[in-house]
Design a protein around this ligand. Structure first.
Ligand SMILES: *[C@@H]1O[C@H](CO)[C@@H](O)[C@H](O)[C@H]1NC(C)=O
Ligand SMILES: *[C@@H]1O[C@H](CO)[C@@H](O)[C@H](O)[C@H]1NC(C)=O
Ligand SMILES: *[C@@H]1O[C@H](CO)[C@@H](O)[C@H](O)[C@H]1NC(C)=O
Ligand SMILES: *[C@@H]1O[C@H](CO)[C@@H](O)[C@H](O)[C@H]1NC(C)=O
Ligand SMILES: *[C@@H]1O[C@H](CO)[C@@H](O)[C@H](O)[C@H]1NC(C)=O
Ligand SMILES: *[C@@H]1O[C@H](CO)[C@@H](O)[C@H](O)[C@H]1NC(C)=O
Ligand SMILES: *[C@@H]1O[C@H](CO)[C@@H](O)[C@H](O)[C@H]1NC(C)=O
Ligand SMILES: *[C@@H]1O[C@H](CO)[C@@H](O)[C@H](O)[C@H]1NC(C)=O
Ligand SMILES: *[C@@H]1O[C@H](CO)[C@@H](O)[C@H](O)[C@H]1NC(C)=O
Length: 514
C-alpha cells in the first residue's frame, strides 16, 4: 500500500484559497496533531495518530445558518482515499460516535470528514430537534432541514476534497461514504442527489422515507391512546417471546432468531389471558387484550381510517419495549402511561403540528391520517430520500451496499425492500452497482441476536477498486452470555439464508443462500 505525504504544512494558509459556491467561509483552523491518542465510546483507544485537523465554519448567505465541517488529513498514513462518516438519529455527525469513526478512518489511511449540517444539537443521546426545528411556532426552519437532508452533504464533501488537494497536491483517488441509520439515509441521498461525489457508499439500515416512518412508527402509541390502555412492557415482551417460541425453529435452529419472517404466521390473539412474569410486583399476571392489540399494531403497521395500510410493521422478533421501543410505556406503582418513541414524537410535534405544546394523546384517527399526509406532502422531496432512479449514480461508476437487520426495532426492513424493488423497476441491472443484504436477527444497525456485517465497508472498497462484487456478507453477532458469537452469511437480496440442516450453527459454512 503506497502512502502519500503532504506537500504543504498543516497551517490555515495552506487551505485559505478553498472556496465553495453558495457558501461564505467564516473561519478556518488547521491544527497538526502528532502521536496523538484518542478515545471514544464504542471504539478501541487509538494511539500514535498523526493528522492535520482542518475545521471549517461557514454559512449560506441569506439563510442565516452556521455550519461546521471537520476534515482529518493523515500526515503519515494517507492512502489517497477519503471517507465520509455519517451521523445518527437527528444528528448529521460531529459527535463522539462520528469522531470515533474518523479516528478509525485516519488510522486506516483515509482522510476523514464529518459535518453537523448547521444544527446545534449533535449529541446522539440527546438527539432532539427542538433547538432548531422551528423558527417560531407554526414555522419550520426549512433551510435547516434541507441542510440536514442534502445540502450539507455535498458542501462537506466538496470542501473535504478541496482540502485533500490543498494538502497533498492532488484530490483523493477514491471517495467513500460510511453510515448507518441517519448515516444510511445520508448515503442514499448522496447517491440520489449528488451521484458524482462518491465512488463507494455503505448505507446501512437507512432511515429513508423519513416522512413516512416517523409517523408510521408512532402508530402503536396512537393505538394505546385510542384504547386508553398502556400495557406493561412485560406483557408485550411475553407476546414477543411467544412469537419467537412459535417461529424460531422453522429455520431448523432454535436460537431466538426468526430467519424468515414471512414464514412466521403466529397470531398474538391466541395468547390473550396467558401467563406473564413481571419483575414489577404490581405488574399483571396475564396478557391483556390491549397488549395484544398494541403488538398487532407494531407488527401490522399503521392503518388509516379506511383500514388501509399507511406504513409497514416490524418483524416479530424485533425488540419493541425499552427506551425508544415502539410499544414502550412508562410504569410505576401499578400503572403505566404513554412513552412515545422520542424521534417520532418530536417529528409530529415540531415538523407536523409545528407546535411543541400540541396534545398528541387526544389525537383522533382523522388527525393522525392528516399528519401522515402533511408529512408526505411537505417533506418527501426535502428529506424523504426515496428517489428510486439511481442511474446517474450507475453512470458515474458508483457502487453501493445496503444491509438491513430483519429484527430492526425502528426502520422496518420492508421499507428498504420497497425502495430496492422500486430502484430495480427503474433499472433491471441494479445489482451491477447496488446490492442489498438482509441480516436475520440484527436490530437497528447493531443489537439483536443476529449478525452485523463488520467487513461490509472493506467489501465495498474491494468492489470499487478491484471490481469484485459481493454475493454474501458475513454477519457477526454480539457475544452471548457464554461469549459465543454466531457468524452467518447475509445473502444477496432476494436470496435468503437457509440452514443446510446439519453442521455447526455458529459458522457460515453451515448455511446456504437460496
Ligand atoms: C490554491 O489553489 C491552486 C489552484 O487550485 C493550487 O494550485 C494551490 O496549491 C492552492 N494553494 C495555495 C496555498 O495557493
Ligand atoms: C508516542 O507517544 C508514546 C506515548 O504516548 C511514546 O511512548 C512514544 O515514544 C511516542 N512516539 C514518538 C515517535 O514520539
Ligand atoms: C479539531 O479542531 C476543532 C476546532 O479547533 C476542535 O474543536 C477539535 O477538538 C479538534 N479535534 C481534535 C481531535 O483535536
Ligand atoms: C439569525 O439567527 C440568529 C440565531 O442563530 C437569530 O438571533 C437572528 O435573529 C437571525 N436573523 C434573522 C435575520 O433571522
Ligand atoms: C415464570 O417464572 C417461573 C419461575 O422462574 C417459571 O417457572 C415460569 O415458567 C415462568 N413463566 C413464564 C410464562 O415465562
Ligand atoms: C384491517 O385490515 C387488516 C388487514 O387486512 C385486517 O386484519 C383487520 O381485521 C382489518 N380491521 C378491521 C377493523 O376491519
Ligand atoms: C413485508 O414484506 C413481506 C414480503 O416481502 C410481506 O410478506 C409482509 O406482509 C410485509 N409486511 C408488512 C407489514 O407489510
Ligand atoms: C410511587 O410510589 C412511591 C411511594 O409511595 C412514591 O414515592 C413515588 O413518587 C410514586 N411514583 C409515581 C410515579 O407515582
Ligand atoms: C462451533 O463453532 C464455534 C466457532 O468456530 C466454536 O467455538 C464451537 O466450539 C463449535 N461448536 C461445536 C459443537 O463444534
Amino acid at each position: 500500500m503506497s502512502l502519500t505525504s503532504p506537500l504543504f504544512p498543516c497551517i490555515s494558509s495552506t487551505f485559505s484559497n478553498v472556496t465553495l459556491f453558495g457558501a461564505s467561509i467564516i473561519e478556518l483552523e488547521a491544527t497538526q496533531l502528532t502521536n496523538t491518542s484518542l478515545a471514544y465510546e464504542y471504539y478501541p483507544t487509538f494511539s500514535g495518530l498523526d493528522f492535520c485537523n482542518v475545521s471549517l465554519t461557514y454559512t449560506h448567505p441569506g439563510e442565516n445558518d452556521t455550519l461546521h465541517v471537520q476534515v482529518w488529513l493523515p500526515s503519515t498514513t494517507y492512502t489517497d482515499r477519503l471517507q465520509g462518516i455519517g451521523g445518527g438519529s437527528y444528528a448529521a455527525g460531529l459527535n463522539d460516535v462520528s469522531f470515533g469513526g474518523m479516528a478509525l478512518a485516519v488510522a486506516e489511511g483515509y482522510a476523514a470528514l464529518s459535518l453537523d449540517a448547521g444544527l446545534p444539537s449533535q449529541d446522539p443521546v440527546d438527539l432532539q430537534p427542538q433547538d432548531w426545528a422551528l423558527l417560531s411556532p407554526g414555522n419550520v426552519d426549512l433551510y435547516a432541514l434541507e441542510n440536514l437532508g442534502s445540502v450539507s452533504l455535498s458542501d462537506a464533501t466538496l470542501l473535504a476534497k478541496a482540502f485533500v488537494e490543498s494538502y497533498y497536491g492532488q484530490p483523493p483517488k477514491f471517495s467513500y461514504w460510511n453510515g448507518c441509520s441517519q448515516g444510511g439515509r445520508q448515503g442514499l441521498m448522496l447517491a440520489q442527489q449528488y451521484p458524482h461525489l462518491y465512488d463507494g457508499i455503505l448505507a446501512g439500515s437507512p432511515a429513508i422515507s423519513w416522512d413516512e416512518w416517523a409517523v408510521g412508527d408512532y402508530y402503536p402509541t396512537f393505538v394505546m391512546d385510542q384504547l386508553k390502555q398502556y400495557p406493561y412492557p412485560c406483557e408485550v415482551e411475553a407476546i414477543r417471546t411467544a412469537a419467537i417460541n412459535a417461529c424460531d425453529g422453522l429455520d431448523g435452529i432454535v436460537d431466538g432468531i426468526i430467519t424468515d419472517p414471512e414464514a412466521c404466521h403466529f397470531d398474538p390473539s391466541t395468547v390473550v389471558g396467558g401467563p406473564v412474569n413481571c419483575s414489577d410486583s404490581d405488574g399483571p399476571l396475564t396478557i391483556s387484550d390491549a397488549a395484544v392489540k398494541v403488538v398487532q399494531a407494531v407488527w401490522g403497521g399503521a392503518r388509516d381510517a379506511h383500514n388501509e395500510s399507511l406504513w409497514f410493521g416490524l418483524n416479530k422478533d424485533a425488540v419493541i419495549t425499552g427506551s425508544s421501543g415502539l410499544a414502550e410505556t412508562a410504569c410505576a406503582n401499578g400503572t403505566c402511561s404513554r412513552s412515545p418513541p422520542p424521534l417520532c414524537n418530536t417529528w409530529l410535534q415540531y415538523f407536523l403540528a409545528k407546535d411543541p405544546s400540541v396534545d398528541l394523546a387526544t389525537m383522533t384517527q382523522s388527525y393522525y391520517d392528516e399528519l401522515f399526509k402533511i408529512s408526505v406532502q411537505q417533506y418527501t422531496s426535502i428529506y424523504g430520500t426515496d428517489d428510486p432512479d439511481l442511474r446517474p449514480f450507475r453512470d458515474s461508476g458508483g457502487k453501493m451496499i445496503t444491509y438491513h437487520g430483519l429484527a430492526d426495532v425502528l426502520i422496518p426492513p420492508n421499507n428498504t425492500q420497497r425502495y430496492y424493488d422500486a430502484a430495480t423497476a427503474v433499472d433491471q441491472s441494479i445489482q451491477d452497482y447496488y446490492r442489498l443484504f438482509f441480516s436475520p436477527g440484527l436490530g437497528h444497525c447493531t443489537g439483536g441476536l443476529g449478525g452485523r456485517p463488520a467487513s461490509a465497508f472493506d467489501t465495498l472498497q474491494t468492489w470499487v477498486e478491484s471490481g469484485t462484487a459481493p454475493d454474501v456478507l458475513i454477519g457477526t453477532s454480539l457475544p452471548d452470555s457464554q461469549g459465543n458469537v454466531l457468524e452467518r452469511p447475509l445473502c444477496l437480496y432476494p436470496r435468503k439464508q437457509v440452514y443446510k440442516g446439519s453442521g455447526n450453527t455458529s459458522v457460515p459454512e453451515s448455511f446456504a443462500c437460496e
